[in-house]
Each structure stands twice: as structure tokens, then as C-alpha cells.
Design a protein around this ligand. Structure first.
Ligand code: NAD
Ligand code: UD1
Length: 336
């Protein structure tokens, strides 16, 4: 049974991956400083799976803390989710973003190297395709960024590629996620950000509960099916399944590889609002607002490589994503 270190494992995507790792029989060690997660997520993972993961409240900026984890456990591979991810905040606090995301990754690589751990799967993002590539985005396209968060992903991809090139026994997989949404069907884990969400799905969910009055649709004059922005929304459970396949692939090889995880299908803002209103059972008020600076019209994945290399195809629909998000939000409100 392999032991996997999951950095950021108490977070939104990491927690769903921990569930699937435990269900598949892996031993799971989580390192998370809880800057964007709650401690009880770890217990919820245990409640879903019947197995308690090992948890360390450790900051990746604390190199000695990381070293201690590698001393305490024979870690076979690392899934690296820990990082700050809010685009707007990254523009206001670039030093914090570069420091957390880059130094955290450098510390992790240092601790891995010292411990002789050679397999790493990294959470990258479709944001690295920048604003100039045509859709669908494929892995060979040039990368760029429009904000500090995006640059941390571009630079982390570079760092990981260079280190794998210099260390021939290393296996690095860069997974570029498109738009992860949805929640575990149990309703125990999901995404419920504090305050006013930046991303569309959690914003729509808060309008559905009545916590926010109305959705602002950022632009209806894009060159898309209905003029609103088009994105490749992928259910977080499909995304987690992609990680299971990716991890086994990473264990069987060396070098760096890059794989998109998306559905290959785009949905517009209005399509998502409509799908969510069906899931929650009532219409959702929206107004057309100006375009959001930095947004692109369309973003969806070329999924050929994920299919060929991993045998991965997303299975869950936009309706499934909205249903599971809504179920999680309702359960969460009952628990509060
Ligand atoms: P999240 O914020 O829910 O999870 C990240 C976790 O990392 C949090 O639990 C946080 O407490 C932890 N963390 C942050 N900095 C840390 C540090 N220095 N030390 C230890 N723990 C730390 O975010 P998520 O949505 O689960 O995203 C996971 C990863 O996937 C991130 O790297 C993110 O950039 C990437 N990603 C996310 C999306 C998305 O839309 N959610 C899209 C593309 C890529
Ligand atoms: C955003 C980030 C991106 C990050 C991704 C996942 C920006 C510019 N981009 O991407 O770097 O990788 O989140 O975290 O922030 N929308 C509305 N109203 C809203 C919110 C969003 O109309 O209140 C629209 C947007 O204009 C877009 C779509 O909904 O067309 C999806 O937005 P969002 O969920 O923020 O994701 P991205 O824009 O893909």
C-alpha cells in the first residue's frame, strides 16, 4: 500500500482526492496550514471513507516541519495542491502569492529530495494558456499569464520541469485543471467560500440560498453562443478520478509530462445559471454587468491527451455538477 502526501489536502480539490485515495486503499498524509480550509474537513473525509487520514497542520513555508513529515512517514509520492488561488487577491498581494506558492513548492522539493521521494503530481491551471491561444487549449501551446496567481503557476511549472530534467529518477506530472465545480454527492465536502465569491458557481449558489441578491453576468457581448463567457466546468469528483489515474501514470515513468483535466465541452454563464436554477428548483435573478477585466471569451480543454495517456474521460454533466453543489450547500446550511 503506497503512502501519499497530499499538500493542501483539507482544501476543496484536495479533500475530494483524499476521499478517492483512501477508497482505493492508499495511506494518506495531509499537510495543510488551514489558511483556506477548516480542520473538520479531515473528519468529514474520515466519515465518508471510514478511514482517518493522518493530518499535520503544517505550513509549506516551514521547511523543518515538512522534513519532519518525511522523517515520520515513508512517502511514496506527493500530490501538491497547497497554494493561494484568488486572482484578484494575487494582484493586491503579489509578494504573499509569490512567497507562498513558489517558496512553498521549493521547500517541498527540498524535503522530497532529501528524503529520496521522486514522484510529484502538481495542480496547475488552464490559466497558464493566457489570453492569446485559440480554443480548445492543448498541452503544446505556449504558456503565459495575466496576473500574479497565473505567473506562480507558469513559474512553478518551469521549476518542476527543470528539477525533473536535472534529476533523472524524478517523475513530475503537471495537471492543468479547467473549472472545477460541484461537490461530493454525500454532501459532506464541497466548496463554500467565506464572503463574496469570485468564481461563478459559488456565487450562483449563494444567490440560490438568498445570501446574495442577484448574479452579475460579466458581459454578454463576447463572440460565444449567447454572448456570455464560456468555460469548461468539470465535476470535482471527475477531477479527483483523473488524479488517481495520473498518480499511477506518474509512478510508472520518469521525466515531466503535462495533461489537461477538463471535459472538452464549454458552457456559457447563462447555461450554468439555467442548469443551477433547475437543480435548486427556482429561477435565479441576474443582471448583465460590464466585462470583468482579464477575462477571456472562451476556455475549454483539448482532452485528447488525457484520454490517450491516462484513459481519462469526464463523465459527469453540468446538471450533475449543479445538483451536487446545491446538495452540499443545503447540507452545509443545515449543519450551521
Ligand atoms: P483551496 O484553497 O481549497 O485548497 C488549497 C489548500 O492549500 C487550502 O486548504 C489551504 O489551507 C492550503 N494551503 C495554502 N497555502 C499553504 C501553505 N503554505 N502550506 C500549507 N497549506 C497551504 O484550493 P483548491 O480549489 O482546492 O485548489 C487546489 C490547487 O488547485 C491550488 O494549487 C489551485 O491553485 C489549483 N487550481 C484550482 C482551481 C480551482 O478553480 N479551484 C483551478 C485550477 C487550479
Ligand atoms: C477564474 C480566474 C482563473 C482561475 C479560475 C479558477 C479570473 C480572471 N480568472 O477563471 O485564473 O484559474 O477562476 O479559479 O479571475 N462570471 C460572471 N459573474 C460572476 C463570476 C464569474 O459572469 O460573478 C463569469 C466570468 O466572466 C466567466 C465565467 O463566469 O466567464 C467563469 O468565471 P470564474 O468562475 O471566475 O472562472 P474563470 O473566469 O474561468
Amino acid at each position: 500500500m503506497k503512502t501519499i502526501l497530499v499538500t493542501g489536502g483539507a482544501g476543496y480539490i484536495g479533500s475530494h482526492v483524499c476521499v478517492q485515495l483512501l477508497e482505493a486503499g492508499y495511506s494518506v498524509v495531509i499537510a495543510d496550514n488551514l489558511c483556506n480550509a477548516q480542520r473538520d474537513v479531515v473528519d468529514r473525509i474520515a466519515r465518508i471513507t471510514g478511514t482517518q487520514p493522518v493530518f499535520y497542520q503544517t505550513d509549506l513555508l516551514d521547511l523543518d516541519g515538512l522534513r519532519a513529515i518525511f522523517r515520520a512517514h515513508a512517502i511514496d509520492g506527493v500530490l501538491h495542491f497547497a497554494g493561494l488561488k484568488a486572482v484578484g487577491e494575487s494582484t493586491e498581494q503579489p509578494l504573499r502569492y509569490y512567497s507562498n506558492n513558489l517558496t512553498g513548492t521549493l521547500h517541498l522539493l527540498t524535503a522530497m529530495q532529501e528524503a529520496g521521494c521522486t514522484t510529484l503530481v502538481f495542480s496547475s491551471s488552464a490559466t497558464v494558456y493566457g489570453a492569446d491561444n485559440p480554443v480548445p487549449f492543448d498541452e503544446r501551446m505556449p504558456t503565459s499569464a495575466t496576473n500574479p496567481y497565473g505567473y506562480t503557476k507558469v513559474v512553478q511549472e518551469r521549476i518542476l520541469t527543470d528539477i525533473a530534467a536535472a534529476q533523472p529518477d524524478m517523475s513530475v506530472l503537471l495537471l492543468r485543471y479547467f473549472n472545477p465545480v460541484g461537490a461530493h454527492p454525500s454532501g459532506w465536502i464541497g466548496e463554500d467560500p467565506n464572503g463574496i465569491p469570485n468564481n461563478l458557481m459559488p456565487y450562483v449558489a449563494k444567490v440560490a440560498t438568498g445570501e446574495l441578491p442577484c448574479i452579475n453576468v460579466f458581459g454578454n457581448d463576447y463572440d460565444t453562443v449567447d454572448g456570455t463567457g464560456v468555460r469548461d466546468y468539470i465535476h470535482v469528483c471527475d477531477l479527483a478520478r483523473g488524479h488517481m489515474l495520473a498518480l499511477e501514470y506518474a509512478f510508472g515513468r520518469t521525466g515531466t509530462d503535462i495533461i489537461n483535466l477538463g471535459t472538452g465541452r464549454g458552457s456559457s454563464v447563462l447555461e450554468l445559471i439555467y442548469a443551477f436554477s433547475k437543480a435548486c428548483g427556482h429561477p435565479l435573478p441576474y443582471v448583465i454587468a460590464p466585462r470583468r477585466p482579464g477575462d477571456i471569451a472562451s476556455c475549454w480543454a483539448d482532452t485528447t491527451k488525457a484520454k490517450e495517456v491516462l484513459g481519462f474521460t469526464a463523465q459527469l454533466t453540468l446538471a450533475d455538477m449543479c445538483r451536487d453543489s446545491w446538495h452540499f450547500i443545503c447540507r452545509q446550511r443545515e449543519r450551521e
